[in-house]
Ligand binder design. Structure first.
Ligand code: NDP
Length: 282
């Protein structure tokens, strides 16, 4: 244990939550690392965000996570951003360095770390479903990791086009948009297929509109949905012989990265995954 009896606190500022898997996972990791730290989940309304960040400063919090709906709005209250957070225009992790609060985005990094356990993203061709916060974080990090091309498939054109423009113009990765209409056929030269929509969240039978017979065994297929982690899309992809990656890996890895940002210690990912599985009753 550290010699000071004062507890170091990190926090999660966000919308009302019934429970927080990240809190459960991070507190377990603090204990495993023998750190007498706490991770608090704090409900903050949009009109109180400025005061909440000022409170983090005043109370000496070491940092925290930021969740919906504050990931964009928090930026104006911070003192600086990482390259990824700046490109994404969204922050999900804050680190205190001296008196400065710095914004980071660990969602995409967590995903890329999971992907690298299966395949090196450098030079690969990716099909990415979705254009929301998770897709944006993943697409930017994949671009920074040197993928060759991203085909973004999204239902709503405007949201999809905004992300494709960001990728082409600021991240400098080649990307184009396909409007999702009916079952999508995966192009045969694709290396990596990612569901970054919320289809499958809370519903193991939800079907992603994809012609899964166009998946081949050379493709790696990932799903960001972590509850339940075994989505119908992953089951069908495994049946086609694909290597699959579930959303729990991304959640664990973004936790490991956040843990390191705050503590400069490498967390035990296995302990964190076990905690998550316990929390989600898997
Ligand atoms: P958003 O609401 O920002 O985006 C949702 C995306 O899903 C949009 O692109 C939306 O399309 C698309 N979508 C939703 N329903 C449908 C549908 N029926 N048909 C076609 N497209 C649909 O959500 P987030 O990006 O924040 O989250 C997405 C998922 O990622 C959630 O399940 C979340 O739990 C998960 N997540 C997992 C993380 C992890 O660590 N594993 C981390 C962060 C998120 P449109 O633009 O057309 O509306």
């Amino acid at each position: 244990m550290p010699d000071s009896h004062l507890q170091t606190i990190v926090c999660c500022l966000g919308q009302p939550v019934a429970g927080n898997p990240t809190q459960f996972m991070i507190e377990r990791a603090f204990r495993a690392a023998r750190l007498d730290w706490r991770y608090l989940t704090l409900e903050v309304s949009p009109e109180n965000l400025a005061a909440a960040v000022a409170g983090m400063r005043a109370l000496g919090f070491k940092g925290g996570n930021i969740t919906i709906p504050h990931k964009v709005a928090v930026i104006e209250h911070l003192d600086g951003l990482s390259q990824a957070a700046e490109l994404m225009g969204a922050v999900n992790c804050i680190n205190r360095e001296g008196d400065r609060l710095l914004g980071e985005n660990t969602d995409g990094k967590g995903f890329v770390q999971s992907l690298k356990e299966q395949i090196d993203p450098q030079g690969k061709r990716v099909v990415l479903f979705g254009a929301g916060g998770a897709a944006r974080a993943i697409a930017v990090e994949l671009g920074l990791s040197g993928v060759e091309h991203i085909t973004l498939v999204n239902r709503t054109e405007q949201r999809g086009q905004e992300l494709v423009d960001l990728l082409n113009q600021k991240v400098e990765v080649r990307a184009d948009l396909t409007i999702w209409d009916g079952d999508y056929q995966i192009p045969e030269e694709t290396d990596v297929v990612i569901n970054a929509t919320s289809i499958g969240l809370g519903d193991p039978d939800a079907r992603l509109p994809v012609d899964t017979t166009t998946l081949t065994s050379e493709m790696v297929v990932a799903d960001v949905v972590f509850n339940p982690p075994q989505t119908q899309f992953l089951t069908e992809s495994a049946n086609q012989g694909c290597r699959t990656i579930d959303g729990l890996g991304m959640l664990v890895n973004q936790g490991v990265i956040g843990f390191h940002v705050w503590t400069a210690i490498d967390a035990d990912a296995a302990v964190m995954r076990e905690a998550l599985e316990e929390y989600l009753e898997l």
